[in-house]
Every structure is written in C-alpha cells, then in structure tokens.
Design a protein around this ligand. Sequence first.
Ligand SMILES: NC(=O)c1ccc[n+]([C@@H]2O[C@H](COP(=O)([O-])OP(=O)(O)OC[C@H]3O[C@@H](n4cnc5c(N)ncnc54)[C@H](O)[C@@H]3O)[C@@H](O)[C@H]2O)c1
Length: 347
Amino acid sequence: MARLLITGGAGFIGSHTCVVLLEAGHDLVVLDDFSNSSPVALERVQELAGRSLELVRGDLRDPVLLEQVFASADAAGAPIEAVIHFAGLKAVGESVAQPLRYWDVNVAGSRALLSTMDAHGCRTLVFSSSATLYGYPETVPIPETAPVQPINPYGHTKASVERMLADLAASAPDAWRIACLRYFNPVGAHPSGRIGEDPNGIPNNLFPFVSQVAIGRRQRLSVFGGDWPTPDGSGVRDYIHVMDLAEGHRAALDALLGDRPQLLTLNLGSGVGASVLEVVRAFEAASGRAVPYEVVDRRPGDAAITVADPSLAAERLGWRTQRSLADMCRDGWAWQSANPQGYQGAS
Ligand SMILES: NC(=O)c1ccc[n+]([C@@H]2O[C@H](COP(=O)([O-])OP(=O)(O)OC[C@H]3O[C@@H](n4cnc5c(N)ncnc54)[C@H](O)[C@@H]3O)[C@@H](O)[C@H]2O)c1
C-alpha cells in the first residue's frame, strides 16, 4: 500500500475517492484550502472508511507549503509515492468571467505541484482532466484520439495541464507515471448518503439542480433546448456514478504503480447517454417527488450529445462502470434528502 497526496480531497470527487483509497489500505495526506468544500466531508470520509487521514489545510499554489508536505513525509521515512490531483476550479461560466483566476489555480497550481514532486523524486500522478476539452465533438461516442479543441477558458486550462504533463513525461520517459483521466459527468453520491455533491450557490450542473428542485430548494428546472437532434429533443450526456469514478482512480493508480513508466490518457465515462428528460424522470422515480421543469432556449456552448467511448479504460485498467442511472438517482437522493442544505450546519 502506498502513501498518497490527494489535492482537493475534500471536494465532491476527491471525498468519494478518499473513501475508496482508505478502504484499499492506502495512507492519505489531503491538501485542501476548502475554497469549495467543507472539512465536514473529510470527517465523514474517515467515519465511512473507519480509518483516519492526515489533513493539510492550504493552497496548492503555495510552494513553501508544498515543500513542507513532501519534506516532512520524507523526514518521517514515509515519502509520498504518488499524487492524485483534484484541486482546481471547475465552473465554465466563472472561467469565462475570471480567466486569470482559472489559469492561476488550474495551471500555475499544477506546475507548482509538479516542480515539488520532481524535486522529491515523486513521479506518479493521476490528474483530473475533463471531457470539456473535446469541445463540440465530431464523433460520438468520443474516443481519446478525438481532437482536443476546448471552447472555454476552463477547458483550455485542462488541455494546457495535459500538454504540460505530456512534455514532462517526454522529458523523462523512464521516470514519470501519469494518468490523465478525462471525466464525463460525475453525479450521485456515496450510497450511505453521508457524503455527496454540495455546490455553492446556484448549481451549474443538471444533477444537483434536479435534486435541489426535488427537495424544494429551487422551484423548477430550466431545460436548455427542446429541439436538439436527440430522441426527446433534450441534450444527452454521459453520466457516471461518482463511486464508479472513485474506483476508476484506484484502478488507474494500481495500473501506474504496477507497470512501466508511461503516460495514460483515458476517458472515464459509462459509454451510455441519458437525456435531460430521462434524468428528470429517473430522479422523480427515485425520490418520489415531482421535478417541475420548463424548456427554454439552448445555452451557448452546449453540444447535443456527449458520450464517452470508454473502451480504452476497460482495456488498460480493467475498469468499467457498474452503476446505472437509477443507482445515481437513488444515491444522489439519499445524500440530498439527509442533507437538504449540504454540509452547511452539519456536524
Ligand atoms: N465535477 C465535475 O463535473 C468534473 C468534471 C470533469 C473534471 N472535473 C475536475 O475534477 C476535479 C475535482 O472536481 P470536483 O467536482 O470534486 O470539484 P470540487 O470543487 O468539489 O473539488 C475541488 C477541491 O479542490 C479544492 N481547491 C480548489 N482550489 C484549491 C487550491 N488553490 N488549493 C487547495 N485546494 C483547492 C476545493 O476546496 C475542493 O475541495 C477538478 O479538477 C475538476 O476540474 C470535475
């Protein structure tokens, strides 16, 4: 078992992955500034896994702090063997309004992390990339060989970090073990309902919005476009249960640590599309609540259908999704109904 640094481990995907990695026996150091998460998530992660982790509260972009994290692990005789790098900003609209902030946290933050890893001989990394970098896909299902052509600053920052990682891997191909995981649409929650997605303000993504409508925090869902070239006219996305995604990280880490140094670039998705209206119906069935909606104009920047070709991840990691849309809704509702205000006010 390895000692791992998890940046952004208190966030939505990070917290679920921490549970899976603790259960697999790894020792974890979590670095998070809680700019988009709550320390309560990490308390619950430890409660679910029945094991503790080490927390370092701070900013990824702080080179002094990063040096301390790696140096103190070295000094304790338990060096960091690998990093799973979730910390970053992820809201497309915000990235259009505040591009420098996105380049700073996502790109400069990753560069600071990589420099410190290199200085300490830690050269195994799993990076949170995104299907956003495919822009308007020309082929669906989307293979990893599809052109990288992001259409917003957030996507540009993810593509730039992937570029930086490819350059780094090429500079020392016998040293670096890197997996760029291109997530599709992570949703749902741990089946216990103890941890889940807790967005600040108005959710940008469909699933948390739908669940907040179901619980009564929001009046109705706006469905952006009812005239897409899809079976019911609403947009189609590839939703992936966050526990499947968490298990994908464990599989990627195992593949990196157990094989020769290499750069892996993999889609993590289900390969199955669901429309907005299908999600609404599935959520209504899981929650027993109505989800009122109205169809409004299309949003600029949306594509009709985005679905992964997940076959390379199956081949290289022996991993594929196990959970259905009904499971995503059931577990998402378990989280939302037990935590109507998210982690706010929770103990
Ligand atoms: N959720 C998605 O739909 C999705 C899809 C594709 C890719 N991703 C990527 O996956 C990663 C995790 O996403 P998430 O949904 O869990 O997001 P999240 O916001 O819930 O988690 C990110 C975590 O990073 C922390 N963080 C942010 N800036 C930091 C900094 N400067 N220093 C230290 N910690 C910092 C936040 O406090 C938070 O805990 C992100 O890099 C995101 O871009 C997410």
